[in-house]
Design a protein around this ligand. Structure first.
Ligand code: BGC
Length: 337
């Protein structure tokens, strides 16, 4: 076995999409590759990596379930001389990561926040904040990006945060430390879980007064949680309208966008990420130094990284961005023009 690929879970369409795109891209390769899923468990992830090490892989491409916990798996691989590529999510606090292929995750958060800013009129707009799992380094990058854009608009009164006392306490600070972000994320996390997202949104709506609702603005970190949160807000009779963000261009959310139930998504073209990861793996198998575009600090070292841009998609460009680009078929959706 030449290359082992470990992905976090089949329970989210995002990672099934990555598997599909890996399979498409690997169809004609001469290298042998195996893809395993960790099903949201760091223990299972370590088992997967151990199994791939036993098969003699030379390169490991891994998207960690939990960035810190995955350090043990990366270290086990490194000990065997295997090159480790962190895929989409960074493995943190270890020197056992060789490379990182990723989207520009700060730009994802900034794009989500900018969308809310562009739709807001006047002052005092109710803002509800939600975040990803604190065990995922990306949740911090997304939030950091969103805060860059939202904070000045909170400070000037355009938005009023309705569901996080920690965020309110820090609302005059343009740059937050990781600990400060962790405090906020602790209050608004969805854990990347649809049910948890829905529960949290419902709890927030129960706690909120009628005047905290009306035309609301919602920072939702990704598509799965966006649909769950949007459903909760749509069901509240005191919510007149909502603008809600997303990420991943999952098919179900593309349909939500067409139907006007989700406002936007950030399209991360997985084909590009897969292509970059495979090119990197091939270079490493041939003893070449892969091309990188910068570095990411993982708490211990600066990891050489190759980064890809993201695209904002809403009703206006959904066809052009996702159908005309060949990413999805028009027949996957109803009502697309
Ligand atoms: C990924 C997102 C995904 C989220 C939940 C993040 O690390 O970058 O694309 O929606 O995890 O799985």
């Amino acid at each position: 076995m030449d290359v082992g690929i470990v992905l976090p879970t089949k329970d989210e369409p995002r990672w099934v999409q990555d598997e599909t795109r890996f399979k498409e891209a690997l169809k004609d390769t001469d290298y042998s590759v195996e893809i395993l899923f960790s099903q949201g468990s760091s223990a299972k992830e370590k088992e997967n990596v151990d199994a791939l090490i036993a098969k003699g892989i030379k390169v490991l491409i891994i998207c960690p379930h939990d960035g810190n916990a995955a350090a043990a798996a990366a270290e086990a691989a490194k000990k065997e001389g295997i090159k480790v590529i962190s895929y989409d999510r960074l493995i943190t606090n270890t020197d056992a990561v060789d490379y990182y292929v990723t989207f520009d995750s700060i730009a994802v958060g900034e794009a989500q926040a900018q969308y809310l800013v562009d739709k807001a009129k006047g002052k005092g707009n109710p803002l509800y904040l939600y975040a990803g799992a604190a065990s995922d380094n990306n949740a911090f990058l997304f939030f950091e990006g969103a805060w860059n854009v939202l904070q000045p608009k909170i400070a000037d009164g355009t938005f009023v945060i309705k569901n996080s006392s920690e965020a309110v306490a820090l609302q005059n600070k343009p740059k937050l430390t990781r600990d400060e972000m962790a405090r906020i994320i602790g209050q608004i996390t969805t854990n990347w879980d649809f049910n948890e997202a829905k529960r949290r949104a419902e709890d927030n709506l129960t706690a909120a007064k009628k005047e905290d609702k009306g035309n609301v603005f919602i920072l939702a970190p990704n598509d799965g949680t966006a649909r769950a949160i949007a459903d909760a807000f749509a069901a509240d009779k005191d919510v007149t309208s909502y603008v809600v963000t997303g990420q991943d261009a999952e098919k179900a959310s593309v349909q939500y966008i067409i139907d006007g139930k989700q406002s936007m998504t950030v399209f991360k073209d997985v084909r590009t990420l897969v292509k970059d990861a495979i090119a990197m793996a091939k270079d490493l198998l041939q003893g070449k130094e892969p091309e990188t575009t910068g570095t990411y600090n993982n708490g211990k070292i600066d990891v050489k990284a190759k980064q890809t841009e993201v695209i904002v998609v809403d009703k206006n460009n959904v066809k052009e961005a996702l159908i005309d680009s060949g990413y999805y078929n028009a027949s996957d959706f109803t009502g697309i023009q």
